[in-house]
Design a binder for this molecule. Structure first.
Ligand code: GDP
Ligand code: IMO
Ligand code: MG
Length: 427
């Protein structure tokens, strides 16, 4: 009855989509447990490239049942467009299950996300503008609209009225925006209801029954450890819990059933949006990593900020998530560098730190202390096993493993399914 969690170990975009897809052949269910269409998970199969936002990556594996768990916030228009887009490419989403308890992103969430960011000015978070924060805010404030409300037009209408009663005041009086017409929203969402109905299910029950039957469930995280609302670089975070604990809350699978936690770890570091990033390179080296690694946002197209590998944050991910195995991605991107710096500690106001500083102020002041490791010239994108890697690349991997506190069980040497070196089974 394995329930395996796959989490981003840095600031997102580590290659979770590729890793999930790779495990598709070995699992029965793939569950998204938090986040929404702020995520962008890329999968490359042969000459086809897919960018998934709300749909679990398992949708690309015909034997897998993809599940959107209760912890996700769903923009129904975006979900249906994504389903239609895949259908046009010959991929069926008929098997998709959507938790009745998941919350819906409403038009006012999107409007508020954009307008609050504008008001924050320089202090803005750099959100994806998809309404994620306001939707989770309403969930916690007990004002949210849930997927199951789509099944009861009377309740749906009431909930929209209650929400817009307040939010229209905020939009018009605080932010000087136009109010939103509740009748129009109701009509729009009832349209979505028709199409989504067949997919709505008690997913916690289904998943636990599946585990009882010995099926394999893979929980696919969005975002990453340092974007976690509790454990990340608050307030420069997303509004959900991408960490492994969030996988239980967001799926209704209890912690006692989790058997493994796979951390997806990039061989260097990237971040999109605002907030502290100790190893960020704002020079030509940063540009080189961005161009060589293709570090442009899948969801917003923004340039990703790039920097060297940071062992402090990797170790932090091991601690907070209980990582049992790392999947190291994008090692190929580092080929051709003479020397590769790795951050092994921070200097925080003259003091050496080997763990994340306790306060955000400390983290903002953190200056990386680097150790340099010899690089390799060879192209490694055709490597098939760890032994095929040049000695310096092997040593780099072993160093990261030692510093990060969990074994590296798979290595990505390119975006393709077959560009993966397996050191031991992940499931
Ligand atoms: P996710 O959000 O964690 O799923 O990651 P993204 O899809 O946003 O970004 C990861 C990018 O790296 C995608 O373009 C992947 O196709 C690509 N990728 C994943 N693994 C590897 C790898 O090992 N090597 C290279 N060169 N690219 C990779
Ligand atoms: P995947 O799943 C990288 C970032 C945004 C912003 C912050 C808050 O592809 O790894 P939000 O719209 O969530 O309120 O924005 O979080 N962010 C991501 N960064 N990858 C993601 O997803 C992200 N999802 C959100 O850039 O800084
Ligand atoms: Mg991404």
């Amino acid at each position: 009855m394995p329930a395996v969690v796959l989490v981003g170990a840095q600031w997102g975009d580590e290659g979770k989509g590729k890793a999930t897809d790779l495990l598709g052949g070995e699992v029965d269910y793939v569950v998204r447990y938090q986040g929404g269409n702020n995520a962008g998970h890329t999968v490359v199969i042969g000459d086809q490239k897919y960018a998934l936002h709300l749909l679990p990556t398992g949708v690309l594996s015909p034997e897998v049942v993809p599940v959107i768990g209760n912890g996700v916030v769903i923009d129904p228009g975006v979900l249906l467009a994504e389903i239609d887009g895949l259908l046009e490419r010959g991929i069926s989403c008929d098997r998709l299950l959507i938790s009745a308890n998941a919350h819906l992103i409403m038009p006012h969430h999107k409007a508020l996300d954009k307008v609050t960011e504008r008001y924050l000015g320089k202090a803005r978070i750099g959100t994806t503008g998809r309404g994620i924060g306001p939707a989770y805010g309403d969930k916690i404030a007990r004002m949210g609209v849930r997927v199951q409300d789509l099944l009861d037009p009377g309740i749906l209408g009431q909930k929209i009225d209650v929400a817009l009663n307040e939010k229209n005041q905020v939009l018009t009086k605080v932010y000087n925006r136009r109010g939103i017409d509740p009748a129009k929203v109701l009509e729009e969402y009832l349209g979505y209801a028709e199409r989504l109905k067949p997919h709505i299910a008690d997913t916690s029950l289904i998943l636990n029954q599946a585990l009882d039957e010995g099926k394999v469930v893979l929980l696919e995280g969005g975002q990453g450890n340092l974007l976690d609302i509790d454990h990340g670089t608050y307030p420069f975070v997303t509004s959900s819990s991408p960490t492994s604990g969030g996988a239980c809350i967001g799926s209704g699978i209890p912690p006692t059933r989790l058997t493994r936690v796979i951390g997806i770890l990039k061989a260097y570091t990237t971040r999109v949006g605002s907030g502290p990033f100790p190893t960020e390179l704002t020079d030509e080296m940063g540009d080189w990593l961005r161009t060589t690694g293709g570090e442009y946002g899948v969801t917003t197209g923004r340039n990703r900020r790039c920097g060297w590998f940071d062992a402090i944050i990797a170790r932090y991910a091991t601690r907070v998530n209980g990582v049992t195995d790392f999947f190291l991605t994008k090692l190929d991107v580092l080929s051709g560098l003479e020397r590769i710096p790795v951050c092994v500690a921070y200097d925080v106001d003259g003091e050496r730190h080997e763990e994340i500083p306790m306060t955000q102020t400390g983290f903002h002041h953190a200056k990386p202390i680097y150790e340099e490791f010899p690089g390799w010239e060879e192209d490694i994108t055709e490597a098939k096993s760890f032994e095929d890697l040049p000695k310096n690349a092997q040593d780099y991997v072993r160093t990261l493993e030692e510093l990060s506190g969990a074994r590296i069980s798979a290595i990505g040497v390119g975006p393709g399914r077959d560009q993966t070196l397996s050191l031991r089974p992940l499931i």
